[in-house]
Design a protein around this ligand. Structure first.
Ligand code: AHG
Ligand code: MN
Ligand code: MN
Length: 341
């Protein structure tokens, strides 16, 4: 039976409710998520101190782990890695900041994998602009003993059991899905708890915003250019969308999820070493695609493939991404096929 979501319930209450809808659940995923929430709170506290780091650093400030103040992306990576390697439910993890897969501490192996982008929007750290963390959880496919194998991580987005993000903005929010809708929680820093603020999030059908780095216009193909012109409203009869581009995928995506919009990072011809665009499949595109679809939206590549269907071949594989309000992504699909409205 689906439980009614009431605003104000804590995230741990929600996680236990999620667990109740799966009678066979062992509580492992709930425990994993609770540790992830703790890591999110630690990083959130550090993000809020970021502007003071230089000043306080000079006075010999140490952080919660007893270490000197360090760069925020390094800090976020260490924090999520540490929480996950000893949560007891991870068999292998992948991080944007780690070249190779990371094993949990010996004896702490479990039945899930996690892939994360510990600090997304890193160019915005030093300038007080919203950044975030993105994560993706799969059930392991290798035999359930000891550390996992790379195959456990290289599963398509359609097999995710939980996907989500934390956005460190004007307030800190955690948004996640475990396959039955998308729920958003806002951190009350005075009590250190996430409370349900956005139950059953649905991406509005009307696309209010488009988000793309238009500086790359000269490097796009004609289909992408025509579609962006269409979004701007240069085609007869189409209501113009406004442009919003923060440069933190997680923040751009979050705004579009709440207000209605489309985000794009298509491939371009700037550099030969990134033929698939910039964003990473495992810990950027796939988790946000699951959230988008669960919220009634859509996510595809710039050649019309559904993001959630892509079977990853490499840990840090890049993928062109078009994600957001369903009708607009479907319109993008038409442009990509060469059709015009
Ligand atoms: P990260 O900070 O994790 O490396 O990700 C940065 C990504 C993404 O957050 C953002 O949307 C995009 O890079 C911005 O890239 P451009 O500066 O090329 O637009
Ligand atoms: Mn990123
Ligand atoms: Mn990052």
């Amino acid at each position: 039976m689906a439980l009614v979501k009431r605003k104000g319930i804590t995230i741990s209450r929600q996680l236990m409710d999620d667990q109740r809808s799966f009678p066979e659940a062992t509580g492992a995923l709930t425990a994993l998520m609770n540790d992830l929430v703790v890591a999110g709170k630690i990083v959130s506290a550090e993000v809020n101190m970021a502007g003071l780091a230089d000043i306080l650093g000079q006075s010999g400030r140490t952080n919660i782990q007893g270490e000197d103040v360090q760069k925020l992306d390094v800090f976020a990576n260490k924090t999520f890695k540490r929480r996950m390697e000893q949560c007891g439910h991870i068999c292998l993890m992948a991080s944007e900041e780690e070249d190779e897969p990371v094993q949990p501490l010996p004896g702490y192996e479990g039945n899930y994998t996690i892939a994360f982008d510990p600090l997304d929007g890193s160019t915005n750290i030093d300038v007080n602009v919203s950044v975030g963390t993105i994560f993706s959880i799969h059930r392991r496919v290798s035999p359930t003993q000891g550390p996992g194998t790379e195959a456990d991580l290289l599963q398509p987005g359609s097999k995710q059991v939980v996907a989500g993000y934390i956005v460190y903005g004007s307030s800190t929010m955690m948004v996640y899905t475990s396959g039955s809708g998308v729920h958003g929680f806002t951190l009350d820093p005075s009590v250190g708890e996430f409370f349900l603020s956005h139950p059953h999030m649905q991406i509005p059908e009307v696309c209010k915003y488009y988000s793309v780095n238009e500086a790359y216009w000269p490097y796009w193909n004609d289909n992408i250019r025509d579609f962006v012109s269409y979004l701007r409203g240069s085609e007869q009869g189409h209501k113009a969308c406004s442009a919003r581009y923060i440069g933190s995928l997680v923040s751009d995506f979050h705004r579009n999820l709440v207000k209605g919009g489309i985000y794009m990072y298509p491939r371009d011809t700037r550099s030969a070493d990134k033929p698939e665009g910039k964003l990473r499949l495992l810990y950027e595109a796939a988790p946000l695609a699951m959230i988008a679809e669960q919220a009634g939206g859509l996510a595809i590549t710039d050649d019309g493939r559904r993001i959630l269907d892509i079977v990853p071949e490499r840990l840090h594989q890049r993928v062109p991404l078009i994600i957001g309000s369903k009708a607009e992504v479907e319109m993008a699909e038409k442009f990509l096929r060469g059709e015009r409205p």
